[in-house]
Design a protein around this ligand. Sequence first.
Ligand SMILES: [Zn+2]
Length: 108
Amino acid sequence: MNRSRYRMKKRSRRTPSGRTSLLIRNKKPKIAPCALCRTPMGGIPRATRTEMRKLSATQRRPQRAFGGVLCGACTASVIKTRTRLQSGIADETKVPLTLMKYVKMLKA
Ligand SMILES: [Zn+2]
């Protein structure tokens, strides 16, 4: 099968004149998952690349740190970990490496 056709959604449709025609549309992409916990994130539209380009930047993803990459809960834990490391409460060796990656991004 043609790779471009694979992403198409087909539906047969009856026209007002009685003929049946095939309605072909692009499939919507899946809900964007969080990079850490893989839960579906809110605030991001299920739009195709072309539809996404027509939206304004603020409509494409949440306007906060890691908006469109991490979910709210994961963002909170990253910020908490960063603050605890800065104040010297937490130990850097005990922080999971996957979380540490985003903590370091926040510092910069
Ligand atoms: Zn998450």
